[in-house]
Design a protein around this ligand. Structure first.
Ligand code: URA
Length: 199
């Protein structure tokens, strides 16, 4: 796992805070300035919120393992989220993940777009439906379109390629081991493609 990167580019605008996150610190993106490859997830989870780093919980560990198998160095990429705070409901001692809604995606989107501009990657990867909506500016049937590369919408740098793929938590949730293995292998192949396309 990469250490927090002090070289992470800071967009010129402040990170927004949803009403439900008032008073809590945001989890910033992580990675070097000018990283050729940029990954966008949904939102920090419980562990990410505690550590202040993206993709360090169970989904993050699977993501990091898949990157390794794909031959993509995580530390050379920029990893961030569409929504910068952990949205949850409290159940006793546990904090249960709540999906961000369209309003959350819209609130954080200007910061995400500024982050893409600051990093200036050559290739973007949307991990899951929330990231797809945040990057492409509209809902798309991500599971049908996964593995495909689209041109970024006009709010992003002209001609920037965006590949859609699944979120690693989708892989963690699949109950059938055979399907899980197949879907994981497909995910690794997509990450390998992204790594090569960003070169
Ligand atoms: N899921 C995400 O989308 N992002 C994280 O940082 C962790 C889990």
């Amino acid at each position: 796992m990469t250490p927090p990167d002090s070289d992470a580019p800071a967009p010129a605008i402040p990170i927004p805070t949803a009403e439900w996150a008032t008073g809590r610190p945001a989890v910033p993106g992580e990675g070097p300035r000018g990283a050729p490859l940029m990954f966008v997830g949904e939102q920090p989870g419980d562990e990410e919120d505690r550590q202040g780093r993206p993709f360090v919980g169970p989904a993050g560990r699977l993501f990091t393992q898949a990157l390794e198998e794909a031959g993509v160095e995580r530390g050379a990429a920029y990893v961030t989220n569409a929504v910068k705070h952990f949205k949850y409901t409290q159940r006793g001692a546990r904090r249960l993940h709540q999906s961000p809604d369209a309003g959350d995606i819209k609130l954080y989107r200007p910061f995400l777009l500024a982050e893409v501009a600051a990093v200036a990657p050559r290739f973007l990867v949307a991990l899951g439906a929330t990231a797809t909506q945040a990057l492409m500016g509209r809902k798309l049937p991500m599971l049908k379109l996964r593995g495909q590369v689209f041109e970024a919408p006009e709010e992003l740098p002209a001609g920037l390629p965006v590949m859609l793929t699944v979120h690693p938590s989708y892989l963690l949730r699949l109950p059938d081991p055979e399907l899980k293995k197949r879907e994981y292998e497909r995910f690794v192949a997509e990450l390998r493609f992204a790594g090569q396309a960003a070169r």
